[in-house]
Design a protein around this ligand. Structure first.
Ligand SMILES: Nc1nc2c(ncn2[C@@H]2O[C@H](COP(=O)(O)OP(=O)(O)OP(=O)(O)O)[C@@H](O)[C@H]2O)c(=O)[nH]1
Length: 389
């Protein structure tokens, strides 16, 4: 073996990495079965450590099995495992991916390794090619996460690991250029030990990062489902009322509520069918969301009735927003829209602000005031904005 004493025996590290990989693959595999199908990438991520395990068996057999298997095939399989991790990330982040370019590169790498492993064996040149390819793939992989917004811990761990792996492979490349390649894979030098140990940690920590990211995604999806109206995507009644309670919790006199009710909605269902009614509801919500913008929150209060919370608005600003909402809802449907036959719709809006409330502001007070104002708007002929008395 090498001149310096073995710090860690590379063969043991390699096997240990493989076994850890298999355990993590099992964890991810079973986790995948209980996760919704919308969480993509788990299939690739559970296969990747298994593929890496096959490569570790081949690497560990260096000196026992033919070089073709322990050099050419082992490296090919290991790089395929790295590509699978990358494919998992592409699917997880974007829902689709393409790794054909990397697989083609792996094919070329295999040819080079065949030449410099079997025909004209040269450990240094092999190491140069392998470390360059690994470093490039891990860096590209890290870039996916660096470009994808999100401050979740799992994503940060993933980015850090990928960059660290790219860096270690890059440094190993530099060490070869600097004439410190060493004599072979199983050499126990510190530089080779670090290079190989990094793989073991990466296999383990990558799976942990994957589990953290997937769990966070499930949490976000469930939270979304629990707070949204499934038809329109607006907040549901409970989520909006929670927000209202928060906004008016401390007797706050700032803030306003708009109670919006679409006019004669029943006749749309009666004339054009329930599906058309659903489409009109979705369109109305889209228009309201755009009109409210980031000034407030829109929720479906029930049927064709919606509630808008403007936490920072006074009465005057709330009246302006209500006028904009009414106008946006009343815009005729374009002639090429599926709702063109409906022509246009209208809405009645009741507006109440914290300042309207007598004494200490209470959400129930403001709601009752907005509801009463809406009732008056309907009574006065609909298609109008009425402020609480
Ligand atoms: N298509 C569809 N219709 C709904 C939905 N939720 C409630 N509705 C309908 O909305 C209509 C509400 O009718 P009404 O309460 O009489 O009110 P309106 O016809 O809008 O009349 P005014 O409010 O008095 O102007 C009913 O026909 C409900 O069936 C929904 O999710 N989809």
């Amino acid at each position: 073996m090498g001149a310096s004493p073995a710090i860690l025996d590379p063969r043991s590290i390699i096997l240990l990495a493989g076994v850890m990989g298999v355990m993590m693959a099992l964890v991810v595999f079973f986790m995948r079965r209980s996760y919704p199908r919308s969480i993509q990438g788990l299939g690739e991520w559970s296969r990747a450590p298994l593929v890496a395990f096959v490569s570790t068996l081949l690497f560990a057999a260096r000196g026992y099995f033919p070089d073709f298997l322990t050099i050419v095939v082992a490296n090919f399989v290991l790089f395929q495992a790295c590509i699978l991790y990358y494919a998992g990330s592409q699917k997880f982040l974007f829902g689709h991916g393409d790794t054909r370019g990397w697989t083609a590169l792996n094919g070329m790498l295999a040819l080079l390794l065949f030449w410099f492993g079997i025909v004209k064996p040269d450990f240094e040149v092999r190491l140069l090619f392998v470390t360059a390819a690994v470093s490039a793939l891990f860096f590209r992989h890290a870039q996916l996460y660096m470009r994808h917004k999100g401050r979740v811990f799992g994503k940060r761990l993933m980015t850090g690991l990928l960059l660290a792996q790219a860096l270690v492979a890059g440094l190993r490349f530099v060490s070869v250029v600097a004439g410190m390649a060493g004599s072979g894979l199983m050499e126990g030098s510190w530089i080779q030990s670090i290079y190989i140990s990094m793989y073991s940690f990466t296999v383990l920590l990558l799976s942990i990062a994957v589990i953290l990211m997937a769990t966070d995604r499930v949490h976000t999806e469930f939270e979304y489902l629990a707070t949204r109206d499934p038809l329109t995507g607006a907040l549901n009644r409970r989520a909006l009322l929670d927000a209202c309670h928060g906004a008016f919790a401390s007797g706050e006199r700032r803030g306003a509520l708009l109670m919006v009710d679409l006019d004669h909605f029943k006749s749309i269902n009666d004339r054009f069918g329930h599906q058309m009614g659903d489409a009109v509801l979705r369109e109305a919500v889209g228009r309201m969301q755009r009109a409210v913008g980031d000034k407030g929150l829109l929720g479906r209060y029930g049927g064709e009735e919606f509630l808008v919370l403007l936490p920072d608005a006074g009465k005057a600003e709330a009246m302006e927003v209500a006028a904009r909402l009414r106008q946006a809802i009343g815009e005729p449907f374009p002639s090429d829209s599926p709702m063109a036959a409906v022509g246009s719709i209208a809405a009645s809006i009741g507006v109440a602000a914290g300042e309207d409330s007598s004494g200490r502001t209470d959400i129930d007070d403001v709601l009752a005031l907005a509801d009463a104002a809406l009732y008056r708007a309907k009574e006065m002929g609909r298609d109008r904005v009425i402020a609480a008395a």
